[in-house]
Write a protein that binds this ligand. Structure first.
Ligand code: BG6
Ligand code: MG
Length: 217
């Protein structure tokens, strides 16, 4: 039976996906090219340095490691400027209600994000206490689509992967959950999140009972 829910952060709990996109786009523009929203789908859930590599390849640029470190730091600085204005008002619609149902159902909760900024964002929106375990970009060696971030979450909660449901908005994140042996609810478009067990537009469109029913055998 299902014992735990593991949540991605960016694009699931808060709409920071848009801030990541804005900061990357600003960087690409400074380098002399542009990135589209459609292109941005492949960056979701992907680590900072891997995202930079994908963007540079898109712009046809090859740069030395020191320069790349500089650009990644610049992007993060712009991202932090956007994030520093966040408050609990920025929690996505339906999240607070969904979490109160999660508590009533006595489910365990973990955060599974490859972002190194995840703890900072949780503090800003006042949701640190909503998670029994927090796995972020500082605790993993491989980003999504590798399952490490989710399997570490399950291990900290002391539950089996098959007892976990992952909530993800990213193609790479859905793949990570499936590779980890978990049930995966995609949040977004079914045409994009084709590997998910099922897809809903957002947590606002779901109830905990509905999710549990889907995965109870
Ligand atoms: C993921 C985002 O949660 O974190 C990605 O979906 C981002 O867009 C990644 O690149 C790494 O984040 P950070 O905050 O460590 O640069
Ligand atoms: Mg995400």
């Amino acid at each position: 039976s299902i014992k735990a829910f593991i949540f991605d952060l960016d694009g699931v709990i808060v709409d920071t996906a848009i801030y990541h996109y804005q900061a990357w786009r600003r960087l690409a523009n400074e380098l002399g090219f542009d990135i589209s929203e459609e292109f941005n789908e492949q960056l979701k859930g992907v680590s900072r340095m891997e995202s930079l590599d994908i963007i540079l390849a898109h712009g046809g640029l090859t740069l030395p490691d020191e320069k790349k470190a500089e650009l990644a730091a610049q992007k993060n600085q712009w991202y932090l400027e956007l994030v520093s204005r966040m408050t609990s008002e920025d929690i996505l619609p339906g999240v607070a209600n969904f979490f109160s149902q999660v508590r009533k159902a006595n489910l365990l909760t973990a955060l599974g994000s490859v972002s190194k900024n995840a703890p900072l964002i949780l503090e800003r929106i006042g949701m640190t206490e909503a998670f029994y375990a927090i796995i972020d970009g500082t605790k993993i060696t491989k980003g999504k689509p590798d399952p490490e971030v989710f399997t570490k979450g399950a291990a900290e909660l002391e539950v089996a992967p098959a007892e976990c449901v992952v909530f993800e908005d990213a193609v790479a994140g859905v793949e990570a959950g499936k590779r980890g042996g978990m049930f995966v609810v995609g949040l977004g478009s079914p045409e994009v999140l084709t590997q998910a067990d099922f897809v809903a537009p957002s947590l606002n469109a779901l109830t905990v009972d509905e999710v549990l029913e889907r995965f109870s055998k």
